[in-house]
Design a protein around this ligand. Structure first.
Ligand code: TRP
Length: 462
């Protein structure tokens, strides 16, 4: 299919290039910041096990769906869905418009606050390089940063500038080239940190906490949190994998590559968790510190460790790298949309959209609140950062995932649906039917549960 126009849009140079970019998108603050702290809050092993099941029954089927839709469409998310519904003979323009527009909007909103949190990591990286002198402890240092709008805005700006720069360079020369360096370095640093904590203590306890399930601690809420996190951590529900899939050259490897992306993402989250909890336990602290775990707890513990400033430098460099390759993918969805739908030059699309996202991000950086006249559901009076995080993770991503599942399960032709399995022995027989069953029935129902929980219609909290 339209091979020439595809090469004009660019694409990944190699399979490995695609892999690094997709893993780069998936591995981010979700793995290193969010996964450890929600695991800590929900009590460890049983939550981890639930999360692994969610990756298997919701994450993987959806990952494959996005990649195959993108691969066959060869366009941004809106264009791919529009062609898909048209070919299926459905009056689906409205649906594809809604899904596509929502995806682009979601990317826009996520990146605006994601870059601010990443900016905090840059701040701690710079502090660590400077010898990790914390004035009055990590909690205070973090509190002072969050309260200091201009300072947070500076790091937000630095981070956005780098992200924009990479994306202007294009898929191959920018995204692929950056991720090919960022990701292996990240795995290397994480490996070294793991070895380090194996010697400084706490690793055994940390592994027990992560892998010994205590089901008495598992609530319905924890299950839905695990499910919601599956979207975020695998970059699903807003077309990142559709967009990256559109740069793929054939469908032979879609299945296997998607599988490896999910495996690597999961392994890296577990490694990060193992390192973080080892530090926490070796200092006799509780793992349930919440969102502040990464910024308000860890640096304080690094200070007391042998070679602490160096460890801290490596650690926050890791966080910044992880966040950067994810931010790139968020911006790329928005840019691909401008390029493919409106024929804007990549350079201008990236600069324009990047600027707009940066501008919106300032609201989070300065700790502004949403206008008080808004209803509570839209975050009236709440911090912009928290509101955007909630709005996107709890509603927009699951909703996008639901629509993509419906499109993949019910609108793709049989041939397209199965094309990614064709390289398997017997054309994937049992796997194809399992995937079809999951994506048609199981995934949509589970996603609906997440959304209903988000709206507060169901509540499992006890
Ligand atoms: N997956 C990334 C993380 O874990 C974040 C991310 C990048 C993302 N692109 C996304 C989340 C698209 C949702 C949708 O940090």
């Amino acid at each position: 299919m339209n091979g020439s126009s595809k090469s004009a849009r660019g694409g990944f140079a190699s399979r490995l290039g695609f892999m690094w970019a997709a893993v780069g998108s998936a591995v981010g603050l979700g793995n290193i910041w969010k996964f450890p702290y929600i695991t800590g809050e929900y009590g460890g092993g049983a939550f981890v096990l639930t999360y692994l099941v969610c990756i298997l029954v919701v994450g993987l089927p959806l990952m494959y769906s996005e990649l195959i839709i993108g691969r066959r469409g060869g366009k941004d998310i809106l264009g791919a869905l529009r062609d898909l519904t048209k070919e299926a003979g459905l009056p689906g323009t409205l649906l594809s418009w809604l899904t596509g527009a929502m995806a682009v909007l979601t990317g826009f909103l996520i990146l605006s606050f994601y870059a601010v949190v990443a900016g905090w990591a840059v701040h701690f990286f710079v502090l660590s390089v400077g010898g990790l002198e914390l004035n009055g402890g990590a909690g205070e240092t973090f509190g002072a940063l969050v309260a200091n709008g201009p300072l947070a805005a500076i790091w937000h700006t630095v981070f956005m500038a780098i992200t924009i720069f990479v994306v202007t360079r294009g898929v191959q020369g920018g995204i692929e080239a950056a991720c090919k360096i960022l990701m292996p370095t990240l795995v290397g640093i994480l490996g070294i940190l793991l070895v380090y904590v194996a010697f400084t203590g706490g690793l055994g306890e940390s592994l027990i906490f992560l892998f010994r399930p205590d089901f008495s601690k598992l609530s319905g809420d924890a299950v839905l949190e695990a499910l919601g996190h599956t979207f975020f951590t695998l970059s699903l529900g807003m077309g990142v994998m559709v967009t990256y899939g559109s740069y793929l050259k054939d469908e032979i490897h879609v299945l296997r590559d998607g599988f490896w992306v999910a495996v690597l993402d999961t392994v890296i989250a577990l490694m990060a968790g193992a390192v973080i909890f080892a530090v926490v336990f070796s200092n006799d602290l509780e793992p349930s510190a919440g969102p502040g775990l990464l910024f308000a707890t860890l640096p304080g513990l690094f200070v007391g460790m042998p070679g602490g400033a160096l460890v801290s430098t490596a650690f926050f460099l890791l966080v910044v790298f992880a966040a950067l390759s994810s931010a790139i993918s968020l911006l790329e969805v928005v840019v691909a949309y401008m390029v493919d739908e409106f024929g804007v030059l990549r350079l201008w699309a990236t600069l324009g959209m990047g600027f707009a996202i940066w501008l919106l991000g300032l609201a989070s950086a300065f700790g502004l609140n949403m206008p008080g006249f808004l209803p509570e559901a839209l975050g009236g009076g709440q911090a912009v950062l928290d509101t955007l995080d909630n709005l996107t993770t709890k509603y927009l991503l699951p909703l996008g995932g639901l629509l993509i599942a419906v499109a993949a399960g019910w609108m793709l032709s049989k041939q397209d649906r199965e094309s990614g399995f064709s390289a398997l022995p017997g054309n994937g027989g049992l796997l194809v039917s399992s995937w079809t069953f999951l994506i048609r029935f199981v995934t949509p129902v589970l996603i609906l549960l997440v959304i209903l929980k988000g709206i507060g219609i169901i509540d499992f909290s006890d």
